[in-house]
Design a protein. Sequence first.
Length: 243
Amino acid sequence: MDVRKGRKATEVRPVRMIRGYTKQAPGSVLIQLGETWVLCTVSIQEGVPKWREESGLGWLTAEYDMLPGSTGSRRPRNREGVDGRSQEIQRLIGRSLRAVVDFTVLGSRTLVVDCDVLQADGGTRSAAITGGYVALCDAVDEGVKRGLFDRSCVTDSVAAVSVGVVKDKILVDLNYKEDVSADVDLNLVMTGSGRIVEVQATGEHSTFASRDLDQMVQRGSRAIRQLIREQQKILRGKKRTGT
């Protein structure tokens, strides 16, 4: 069965980003990466965590969750606290977006990035980072318009993609069926200037050689360039104001 539906091994799924998807948050984007849909919103809050107060710098934090109907069987809500997987992913999102923020510009303010998975078909963390960046740009621009900052604090673009080895073949942007059958799983985060923010590589069912890692990073970086071009295109376009 061709789970990629004719998509090349190095080709990302069709991507669509709708800016201004909700009215209330200064930055909001619905990113559709194939059948994975993630709503990313960014809010601006006065104040920073207590441990950050003496620095005079701003902060960015992220939260991630999957809605109950986002998967085949209902996923319970995180009423009792964030589960380990969600905590790990939201920390990754936060680290990725902080890599392209100049915190001296923010003053004593916090950017809060919320990523809610509406529909999951693999690559939700990558979609959250890629869409979260666009929502971040819009939120910061809104902050400048409101006079909260004198200029944008965004220093570069950032996007992410999954890469895997499935039946001895390196594939980028894995959907769910590919992800669960992958022998090696890698998540790559890079900036628009080509700097690596993070590489998460795991031998799920087999080990891998350093040359395999090099090839996965190379293919992943090419895929990220595709996603960054999409980000740039959507940011040049018109922003919708709510549903």
